[in-house]
Design a protein around this ligand. Structure first.
Ligand code: ADP
Ligand code: NA
Length: 321
């Protein structure tokens, strides 16, 4: 998750972080904070540094265990940039130009003013992945194309220089929660939300969490039922409820038969405060001791480099460096 906001939001937490936390039980996992990806759009120095720290604190507070998994900051492991150059040199212009994210983002910024970093970041992403010889990489649907590119580049390299990279499989969790804006529930919850009340931040105070949920947009009628088309507001609250409690949506609907939207909101506000409050408190505790947090990340980077440096040395040797 890019360190480009002060706080992660509920969508980042329920849609991604919760799954990563689960995966670390089953996998030897590597998680990093992509500060090099963040500068594909300009970032003020102090803000970037602060947001890297905040993101790390929220990863840990949200359940990433830095003893069990390897947690680090991308720029602390120079092998990412070093392998990225080799990956860039394996990639065709047309191939890179076909990346949907590039097409979307460069169309928004204008083809001439979009940065070259926007064009080459999928190759940095390929390096991010391949440096650790992973069996699998957890991604959202929108990143599937980049994993496909990663696989192609790895296969191309192996073909040209001999067996080097393991070809990773994308893991796209089918049941990952998709969270919508609380004020505009047909749009995905996003850090670029129009209304600040539509965005539930992981670092919000208890009072703010409760207020945002209680003032969430609901729908016409009063029946509590899951229907994305005609009841996007209530459906969003139901999926948040379900994701926070691990209760199936049908069970929650049953539980609120004959009750009003207000009941659902009051209960959900309480559930959210109970679940998110301790994460915020823990993140703030970690942020109060920047030296300890930095030491933790340095340890993670050292662990990452043990793996990454070997893979890079092999690649450089094969290329002829
Ligand atoms: P944003 O959309 O706020 O810019 P990112 O694109 O940085 O968030 O997303 C980081 C991660 O969080 C990705 O894995 C993405 O799939 C997940 N994510 C972001 N928004 C949501 C959401 N509303 N619901 C579920 N998952 C989300
Ligand atoms: Na985004």
């Amino acid at each position: 998750m890019q360190p480009s906001a002060d706080s992660l939001h509920l969508g980042n937490y329920l849609g991604a972080l919760v799954n990563w936390v689960r995966m670390q039980e089953e996998y030897d996992a590597f998680f990093f904070i992509p500060d090099m990806h963040a500068i594909t759009v300009p970032q003020p120095r102090e803000e970037l540094q602060e947001r890297v720290r905040r993101t790390a604190a929220q990863y840990i507070a949200g359940g990433i265990d830095p003893d069990r998994s390897t947690l680090f900051v991308q720029s602390h492991v120079p092998e990412h940039a070093q392998l990225a150059w080799v990956m860039i040199c394996q990639t065709g212009m047309g191939e890179a130009g076909r990346m949907n994210q590039f097409k979307d983002k460069s169309a928004k910024q204008g083809a001439d003013s979009a940065g070259v970093g926007l064009f080459t970041y999928p190759m940095l992403q390929a390096a991010d992945i391949l440096l650790y010889q992973p069996h699998a990489v957890p991604v959202g649907e929108d990143q599937k194309q980049h994993v496909e590119l990663t696989r192609n580049l790895a296969q191309r390299f192996n073909h040209r220089f001999g067996e080097t990279f393991r070809i990773p499989e994308p893991i796209i969790p089918k049941d990952a929660a998709r969270i919508y804006d609380l004020q505009n529930p047909t749009a995905k919850m996003s850090k670029s939300a129009e209304s600040p009340n539509g965005l539930l931040n992981l670092l919000d105070t208890d009072k703010k969490i409760a207020k945002k949920i209680k003032s969430a947009v609901t729908d016409d009628g009063s029946e509590i039922r899951f229907d994305r088309e005609t009841k996007p507001g209530v459906s969003n609250l139901l999926s948040i409820y379900s994701a926070l409690t691990d209760k199936p949506i049908e069970e929650i609907v049953e539980q609120y038969q004959g009750k009003m939207y207000g009941h659902l909101k009051v209960d959900l506000a309480e559930i959210a405060v109970e679940r998110l409050g301790p994460i915020r408190d823990r993140a703030e505790e970690l942020l109060e001791d920047p030296a300890q947090l930095e030491a933790l990340l340095a340890k993670g980077a050292a662990k990452a480099r043990e793996v990454a440096s070997e893979v890079l040395a092999d690649v450089y040797d094969k290329v002829g460096f």
